[in-house]
Ligand binder design. Structure first.
Ligand SMILES: [Ca+2]
Ligand SMILES: [Ca+2]
Length: 229
């Protein structure tokens, strides 16, 4: 029967990426890590992260969690007006999420990855809820981009620059996408399959002011890969 072929393909791909079909569920529990899989190529979303490998939000955070994993996969969703997107999942202060790419994100010319949070413009910059970015090709050895979360501009962190993209194609072009872009040259990798974000909002503000409630900390919209393999 033809039914066997796609299922066996799914298992093979998922095992290779470390997201087994059995990883689906259970329902998110605030403050407890869990995995959502499998990490399959979702076709039209292949230029973006295609699975959530694990999620460990802060206990208070819950915004968008009922829509995981889809809410953080595929292209970013720009806001209708004013502030940042609400098509996000909040990590809470110190929370972490690990995303997978069924199709590797290669190190091409210039920037290679773009992280979209819902930062929005203010008088002299943006309202940022920064996160440190780590990447891995095999899911075991991780490389961190330098993130100066305690600095005024949170240089090198995600969650700093407002999104500008209004389409999936534009969201993969750092020239017009907005968001925060990262070049794999900085960590010396030829490609990656995994990207981890760890909230650093508490460190950025040196207080828990933006850690409270269901939408505290970094709010993840999407992660794009700039280049095709
Ligand atoms: Ca590059
Ligand atoms: Ca935010």
């Amino acid at each position: 029967m033809n039914l066997r072929a796609p299922w066996s393909t799914l298992i093979t791909l998922s095992a290779w990426l470390g997201c087994a079909p059995d990883d689906v569920g259970p329902e998110p529990v605030a403050g407890e890590p869990f995995a959502i899989g499998p990490c399959i190529d979702r076709g039209t979303t292949a230029g973006f992260a295609t699975c959530v490998e694990s999620f460990a939000p802060a206990a208070a955070a819950s915004f968008g969690h009922d829509a995981l994993p889809d809410i953080v996969l595929g292209a970013p969703q720009p806001p209708d007006s004013g502030g940042g997107s609400l098509d996000v999942a909040s990590l809470g202060c110190g929370g972490s999420i690990t995303l997978g790419f069924a199709v590797a994100a290669p190190n091409g010319p210039g920037e290679d990855l773009i992280v979209f949070e819902n930062a929005f413009a203010t008088g002299d910059g943006s309202f940022a809820e920064p996160a440190a970015v780590l990447v891995s090709d095999d899911g075991e050895t991780w490389f961190a981009f330098a993130c100066d979360a305690e600095g005024d501009e949170a240089q090198g962190c995600a969650g700093v620059t407002p999104a500008q993209a209004v389409s999936g194609d534009l969201a993969r072009d750092p020239e017009g996408s907005g968001g925060d872009a990262f070049d794999l040259d900085e960590v010396g990798l030829d490609q990656i399959h995994w990207l981890r974000l760890t909230d650093r909002t508490r460190e950025h503000y040196a207080s828990d002011m933006w850690c409270q409630g269901p939408a505290g900390g970094f709010d993840l919209d999407a992660v794009a890969r700039v280049h095709d393999p």
